[in-house]
Design a protein around this ligand. Structure first.
Ligand code: PLP
Length: 368
């Protein structure tokens, strides 16, 4: 079998990309909110069903700029409740923008932040709750919204995994005060590198737009201490092309997931989170939990797959509250469900063009 990676970046037919970037040789306008950037913003507003969006060089910078903008107005409220079961970016953005993270536990149903755990930790020093839509599973958006309203905390989603996910007639971009999307090469929708913030309060526009461009607010005024986090025209062009194919890609991913579930779903010792009722997933990842009754451990399975040339990923392991840089202040002992999952989880190869025969070979290897 040829080497199989855990993911493979989506790319449009090359001619479509050529057509999109060709005008740049006329305009010589390569970055700083050019015509293609504007076109992608409009296309994304339409696709995600939002009024306010700001594009960024990557998802992490987007989140850091958003939180930085909020920190300017958060005063004494300096804590953000979040999940340790995420990519490093989520907590790093909180800390790097001057907030203090507080880790709540997750729930086994969908690996997202447990609203009960959030409510047990919230007090008047908490500025926001920052849940992650893990693997494209939506967090408990209704319960989290009620908690936010009850305690006067913002709800900000890390929606890096949730592009194209829908709940009934609502887009994943419609929940909370704001959401961050990542358009990294490995995500369901990519702009090579890129990201976006969607937000409800129009007054965020000024700080977001200027913080990503050195804090500049007009030709002769600089009102904020900003960095540089702008998306360029070549990345925006990739986004315009990929967006045209994303629904078809999601449908292909659904077929891959269906096959994995068929082969592994009823196997003793393998736990797969149930499909969320009323949610149309984007099938971003293929997480599988290897529990004690399975004859092999997660690490055994990871190694056997490597031996046949298949790369899986211990995602997310280790937990963020066990990272060297946060040790001493935090510990995974405080989040036992997240610890349980992180020690047993493996994400299997998942991408639109992954062949069913390859999925079968992977499952044969796992089942031994
Ligand atoms: C990918 C990812 C990010 C960061 O996005 P980049 O675009 O790579 O900067 C943040 N959070 C989660 C959960 C992610 O998966």
């Amino acid at each position: 079998m040829n080497r199989v990676n855990v993911t493979r970046s989506s790319m449009p037919p090359i001619q479509e990309y050529f057509n999109e970037i060709e005008p740049l040789w006329e305009s010589h306008w390569l970055t700083n909110a050019g015509a293609i950037h504007q076109k992608l913003e409009n296309a994304l507003k339409e696709y995600l069903g939002v009024e306010n969006i700001s594009l960024f060089v990557n998802g992490h910078s987007a989140l850091e700029v958003l939180l930085g903008a909020y920190r300017l107005q958060s005063g004494e409220k300096n804590k953000i409740i979040t999940t340790p079961f995420s990519f490093s970016s989520t907590t790093h953005a909180i800390v790097r923008s001057g907030f203090i993270p507080v880790f709540a536990d997750i729930r086994l149903d969908d690996f997202t932040l447990d609203p009960v755990s959030v409510e047990s930790l919230i007090d008047e020093t908490v500025f926001a709750v920052l849940p992650v839509h893990v693997y494209g599973n939506l967090a408990g958006v209704d319960a989290l919204q009620s908690i936010g309203e009850k305690y006067g905390a913002k709800v900000i989603y890390d929606a890096a995994h949730a592009f194209g996910v829908r709940k009934g007639d609502k887009s994943s971009a419609s929940f909370g005060d704001a959401s961050m999307f990542s358009f990294h090469a490995t995500k369901v929708f990519n702009t090579i590198e890129g990201g976006a913030i969607v937000y409800k309060d129009p007054s965020l526009r000024k700080p977001l737009e200027s913080l990503k461009n050195f804090g500049i607010t007009s030709a002769e005024s600089v009102e904020f201490v900003g960095g540089n986090a702008k998306m360029n025209e070549f990345c925006a062009a990739m986004g315009i092309c990929n967006l045209k194919h994303v629904d078809e890609e999601i449908q292909k991913r659904a077929k891959v997931e269906a096959r994995y579930r068929e082969r592994l779903g009823s196997c003793d010792g393998i736990y797969m989170a149930p499909v969320q009722a009323g949610v149309a997933s984007n099938h971003a990842y293929m997480p599988v939990l290897f529990e004690e009754t399975f004859p092999f451990t997660r690490d055994d399975v990871y190694e056997s797959l490597l031996r046949i040339g298949v790369a899986s990923r211990k995602y997310f392991y280790p937990l963020i509250n066990d990272y060297e840089c946060y040790r001493g202040d935090y510990s995974s002992r405080q989040t036992p469900v997240a610890k349980y999952v992180a020690d047993r989880i493996l994400t299997l190869p998942m991408y639109a063009d992954l062949g069913i025969e390859t999925v079968d070979a992977i499952c044969d290897c796992i089942l031994g």
